[in-house]
Design a protein around this ligand. Sequence first.
Ligand code: NAD
Length: 206
Amino acid sequence: MNLLPEKTVERLSQYRRMLLKHYCKEKQFIFSHELAALLHFTPVQVRRDLMLIGCSGSQRKGYDIKNLIKLMGEIIDSKYGQNVALIGVGNLGRAIMRYLNKKNSNLKIVAAFDINPDKINKELGGVNCHHSDELSEVLKKENITIGIICVPAEQALQVADSLVKSGVKGILNFTTATLNFGDDVFLEEYDMITSLEKVAYFSKKR
Ligand code: NAD
């Protein structure tokens, strides 16, 4: 299968979470318009996405929910799961670790890193915190391919460089620093302020 568009992958993740929530013995099938309504998408969008991953439903019953969940898992997840490292075990970092590791997900934060001596060799947010100097060694040992950056913005570039040099292939950057890698590394950036300002702008117009 060709590389899927980023927005499609985002929607597949949303479909799967919604389906997992709604799947039960009484409801084994779902129509595109039902799934669309749950997520405020259009039925056409849902059908297009599902067609892209080679899934077609029956006109009479809709889509088999269990099959959909399985197929989406095969596309989004890796066979043996993917290990994640978090760098910067401050307020945000700890909240992320607690949140993500509570979910029984294919993605697991298995190591955390900081430079504050008070945090080193302690279990924070359920994960052991190493000194950043050990990054390369631990990443290789734990087979970590994804990094989450939660350090102060001025430290982000140096942390990102170390992650890439240690073989990481995907980075989720929570800082405001602008990072740039070639096609070898997939970069996703998230900024709460942008989201909140979007809400503020549209709420003013209501
Ligand atoms: P914090 O000060 O509580 O935590 C930062 C942690 O990074 C500290 O534990 C510090 O010791 C550690 N650190 C500093 N340099 C390091 C390095 N080189 N290697 C490893 N660890 C290092 O800060 P916070 O409130 O948790 O915020 C962390 C980052 O996330 C900041 O850049 C902040 O602007 C950003 N942030 C983003 C969002 C968002 O929505 N994207 C939300 C909150 C915070």
